[in-house]
Design a protein around this ligand. Structure first.
Ligand code: KG4
Ligand code: ZN
Length: 335
């Protein structure tokens, strides 16, 4: 079955055709990130306007050479309402004209399905998935397709938000995650022995599996004040910030794996593209006696794309009438 996926929840306009939820036949992503770099963050109206400009060219390109589409999947939420509406209304129109089934998809759940795309191994249930994106940090237990139990999340800022906000304090461009990651890599390469413990690891001794990232911002402000940083200092603080976020993410997630005796662990969302996070998970898991299957999608599948939307629709195939679908900006991972 070939599903056309459409994703427009934030600042990426994406369309993809995926066969049987696993094989990418085409995937196109247009990003308006450069525009948001200029303003230091996303202005929702500007993002929505870019969505409207890109949606038809992006879908057209994704459908080039793709003749047989069996169904359409579209991100229903969460996200920015103006951006979501562009994808949802386009998908509804295509569904009506082509007379093809339409499947509404939860963007956060779709992130997890990046682990089924281009993966020779099929993840096995029950599994633990950590979804770390710009707006969300959710740890879930998945017992089957469509059976998701929320375990924990952040009490304040999301992990990606922590990267974005602290990057801004360091004078780095939006989005902050890739910017911090790049400079941190530079620092780590030159200072392999540095333990990078400058910033606190909130809730690390707390019994809950929750996170809290808003204190990191305060700690960075306290540390650097209003000074304009040299590039060397930017690299140093990037490494410190990244380590604080990565360590606490890995710590709580592995506690959950142990608590639930899970044999599969999947990472998902934009922050999962972070090299240090991937390495730290891999080394911690390899050092454990109990072997588990750990998978993190290639970086381009971690950040927003439409292949994950089409994949999620294949494994959760519940078409509804085209005129029953509405964009819902406030969906949670279990709604
Ligand atoms: O999943 P995503 O593409 O969009 C949302 O659904 O939010 O995630 C975007 C987030 C941003 O906060 C961005 O800074 C972060 O992912 N991100 C990274 C990296 N690449 C993207 N964070 C850390 N390291 C990266 N390499
Ligand atoms: Zn996302």
């Amino acid at each position: 079955m070939n599903i056309l996926g459409i994703e427009t929840s934030c600042d990426e306009t994406a369309a993809a055709v995926v066969q049987d939820g696993t094989k990418i036949l085409s995937s196109v992503v247009a990003s308006s990130q450069k525009l948001h770099t200029k303003t230091g963050g996303i202005i929702p109206e500007a993002a929505a306007r870019e969505q409207a400009k890109s949606i038809i060219p992006v879908i057209t390109q994704a459908l080039k050479n793709q003749k047989n589409i069996d169904a359409i999947a579209v991100t229903q939420g969460p996200g920015l309402i103006g951006s979501l509406l562009v994808g949802v209304e386009t998908a509804k129109t295509l569904s009506l004209i082509w007379q093809k089934p339409i499947i509404p998809i939860n963007h956060l759940v779709a992130h997890i399905y990046a682990n089924w795309v281009n993966n020779a191994f099929t993840p096995k249930f029950p599994l633990i998935a950590l979804v770390v994106s710009g707006g969300h940090t959710d740890l879930v237990l998945m017992k089957a397709h469509g059976k998701i139990k929320w375990l924990s999340g952040t009490r304040d800022d999301a992990a990606g938000e922590a990267f974005d906000k602290t990057a801004r304090l360091l004078g780095l461009p939006y989005p902050g995650g890739p910017a911090i990651s790049k400079l941190a890599d530079k620092y780590i390469k030159a200072n392999k022995e540095d333990k990078l413990t400058l910033f606190p690891r909130p809730l690390i001794h707390d019994k809950s599996l929750d996170w809290s990232f808003s204190g990191l911002k305060t700690a960075v402000i306290r540390e650097i004040g209003n000074t304009k940083l040299s590039s060397k200092k930017q690299e140093y603080y990037s490494a410190q910030i990244q380590e604080a976020i990565v360590e606490i993410l890995v710590d709580k997630t592995l506690k959950a794996v142990e608590n639930y005796n899970a044999k599969n662990l999947l990472l998902a969302g934009g922050v999962a593209a972070n090299k240090r996070l991937r390495e730290k998970f891999t080394s911690e898991i390899n050092s454990k006696e109990d072997k588990i299957y750990f998978h993190v999608p290639e970086a381009s599948l971690c950040t927003d794309n439409a292949a994950t939307i089409a994949s999620a629709a294949f494994f959760n195939y519940h078409p509804i009438a085209w005129n029953k679908i509405d964009a819902n900006p406030s969906l949670t991972i279990t709604s």
